[in-house]
Design a protein around this ligand. Structure first.
Ligand code: SAH
Ligand code: SF4
Ligand code: F3S
Length: 446
C-alpha cells in the first residue's frame, strides 16, 4: 500500500539536503515521492526563516494547500500537512494557531521523528516536535537511499555559534556540530559508488568551522576531511559551502592549491564593506581581512572565482558606510547575492533604529547593478575557454543538456543527449549574464 509524499523546499542547501533525508526516513513507511501535490497523502513544507519575506511565503502557501486538503478529504482521501525547517523551529506554536489545519510542525533537528509524528497526527489533532535532541539527527537517520544525481549534497556540519546580530540561524539550527570523519567518508563513498555521484558539495552553515572527530579520536578540520575525500575513486569534484571568513585557515587556503578536485569556486560572504557596520553585525572581521583572504586564495589557486553575500541597510548604515561596501568591487565577484536587511524577531539588530525603506531600496539597486556587471564580465571572460562540465539536467531543446562549470556557471550544450551524469570537456562559445553556451570537445558516443 504505497503512499505519496510531496516535499517543497525553501531556503538554503542544507534544507535541500534535509528534504532528501526526509524522503529517506519515510521510504520504509511506504511513502514514495511525488511531484504532483494533489496526489500527496503527506505534504511537507521545508521552510526558511532567514528574511521576513521567506517566512511569509510559507503562510500564503499553506493557505493554498489547505484547499487541496479539503478537496482530498471531501473525496475520502487524506492529506496531512507538515511544516518543517526553520520557520517550524522558530514559530512552531504560532503556525499551529495561525493555520490550525496544519497537522505536524517539526523543528530543523526532528526529521527522524516524522514517521511517529505522522502516526500521532493521523487526521486527529496536531503533532509538534521542536526539541533539539541529545543525539544528533545524523545518527538517527537511515542511510541515503534516494539518488541525488551526479552532483550530491552531504551535510558535514550544522548549526552556528557566531551570532551575527542580524541572523536567525543560531536559533533555528542550534549550536555548531560536526559529523565524525568516518560517517562523512562512508556517506560520500556510497553516493559515489552506488548512486552515480561524481561531484559532492559539503554543506554546513559554517562549513569551514568543521571539526569532526577522526578514527583516532583526534579533531580533523575541513582541509583534512577534503584531503581524505579526494582519495575516493570516481569523485571528480569537491565543493563546500557556506564559509565564514574567520574560519578560512591557511591549511584550507593551501588545499585549494594542492587538491585538484577541490573546485576553484568559493562562496565567501562579507555582508558589508564598512568596518563600523561589520562590528555592529558582530562579524569579527574587517573588510581588509576579507580582501587579504581573497588575495591569498588567488595566490594558491589563480583561477578561483568568488561569490558572496551582502546585506544593505543594516541598522546604523550611513551613505558613507554603504560607499565602502561598493568598494568591495575590487574582489570582482563571479556571482553574488545581496539583500535588504530584514529585522528578525529575537535577534539583537531587530531592536535597533532602522534605515529608511527608500534608502535600503536605493542602495540595493546600486549594489545589485554593480554585482550584475561583474557577473556579466566574469561570464564574458569564459568565452573561448575550455572547461569541464558535469551535465545534471536536460535543456529546453531536443538533445540539449545543462551542466555546471568549475566556477558554478550554468553551461548549455546541444547534441549532448546521453551525457547526463558525466564530466565532459566543453569549449565555451557564448555567454550571457546568467549562463554560458558551449560545444563538446569530447564527441558523444552514439
Ligand atoms: N551561514 C552563512 C549564511 C546563512 S544566511 C554565513 O555565515 O555566511 C545567508 C545569507 O542571508 C547571509 O549571508 C546574509 O547575507 C543573509 N541574511 C541573513 N540574515 C539576514 C537578515 N536578517 N536580513 C537580510 N539578509 C540576511
Ligand atoms: Fe548567521 Fe553569522 Fe552564523 Fe552565518 S555566521 S549562520 S550569518 S550567525
Ligand atoms: Fe533559511 Fe534555515 Fe537555511 S533560515 S537559509 S533554511 S538555515
Amino acid at each position: 500500500m504505497s503512499k505519496k509524499i510531496y516535499i517543497k523546499t525553501y531556503g538554503c542547501q542544507m534544507n535541500v539536503y534535509d528534504s532528501v533525508r526526509m524522503a529517506d526516513v519515510m521510504a520504509p513507511e511506504g511513502y514514495t515521492e511525488t511531484d504532483v501535490i494533489d496526489d500527496a497523502d503527506l505534504v511537507v513544507l521545508n521552510t526558511c526563516h532567514i528574511r521576513e519575506k521567506a517566512a511569509e511565503k510559507v503562510y500564503s502557501e499553506l493557505g493554498r494547500i489547505r484547499q487541496l486538503q479539503d478537496k482530498r478529504r471531501a473525496g475520502g482521501q487524506e492529506m496531512l500537512i507538515a511544516v518543517g525547517g526553520c520557520v517550524g523551529q522558530a514559530e512552531g506554536e504560532e503556525i499551529m494557531r495561525r493555520a490550525p489545519y496544519v497537522d505536524i510542525v517539526m523543528g530543523s533537528q526532528a526529521y527522524h521523528e516524522l514517521p511517529r509524528l505522522v502516526r500521532d497526527a493521523g487526521g486527529k489533532g496536531q503533532a509538534l516536535a521542536l526539541d533539539f535532541p541529545e543525539v544528533q539527527k545524523f545518527d538517527l537517520l537511515p542511510e541515503q537511499t534516494g539518488a541525488q544525481g551526479p552532483t550530491a549534497f552531504v551535510a558535514v556540519q550544522e548549526g552556528c555559534d557566531k551570532f551575527c546580530t542580524f541572523c536567525v540561524v543560531p536559533y533555528t539550527r542550534g549550536a555548531e556540530y560536526s559529523r565524525p570523519v568516518a560517517d562523512v567518508v562512508r556517506e560520500v563513498t556510497a553516493l559515489v559508488e552506488e548512486q552515480g555521484a561524481i561531484e559532492i558539495s559539503l554543506l554546513g552553515q559554517n562549513v569551514n568551522a568543521y571539526h569532526g572527530v577522526d578514527a583516532g579520536g583526534k579533531v580533523a578540520d575541513l582541509a583534512t576531511l577534503i584531503e581524505k575525500l579526494s582519495l575516493i575513486n570516481g569523485l571528480e569534484r569537491i565543493r563546500y559551502t557556506t564559509s565564514h571568513p574567520n574560519d578560512m585557515t591557511d591549511r584550507l587556503i593551501d588545499a585549494h592549491g594542492s587538491i585538484a578536485t577541490l573546485m576553484p569556486y568559493l562562496h565567501l560572504p562579507i555582508q558589508a564593506g564598512s568596518d563600523r557596520v561589520l562590528k555592529a553585525m558582530n562579524r569579527k572581521h574587517t573588510a581588509a581581512a576579507y580582501i587579504d583572504i581573497v588575495e591569498r586564495l588567488r595566490k594558491a589557486r589563480p583561477d578561483i572565482a568568488f561569490s558572496g553575500d551582502f546585506i544593505v541597510g543594516f541598522p546604523g548604515e550611513t551613505e558613507a558606510d554603504f560607499e565602502e561596501t561598493m568598494r568591495v568591487e575590487t574582489v570582482s565577484y563571479a556571482s553574488a547575492y545581496s539583500f535588504k536587511y530584514s529585522p528578525r524577531p529575537g535577534t539583537p539588530a531587530a531592536e535597533r533604529e532602522q534605515v529608511a525603506a527608500a534608502a535600503k531600496a536605493e542602495r540595493l539597486e546600486r549594489l545589485q547593478s554593480l554585482l550584475h556587471r561583474q557577473q556579466v564580465s566574469f561570464n564574458a571572460r569564459s568565452v573561448g575557454q575550455r572547461m569541464g562540465v558535469i551535465f545534471d539536467r536536460k535543456g529546453r531543446h531536443d538533445g540539449q543538456m545543462v551542466g555546471r562549470s568549475p566556477y558554478m556557471q550554468a553551461v548549455h550544450v546541444l547534441d549532448a543527449a546521453g551525457l547526463y551524469g558525466t564530466l565532459v570537456e566543453v569549449e565555451i562559445t557564448a555567454a550571457s549574464g546568467n549562463s554560458l553556451t558551449g560545444s563538446l570537445l569530447t564527441q558523444a558516443a552514439a
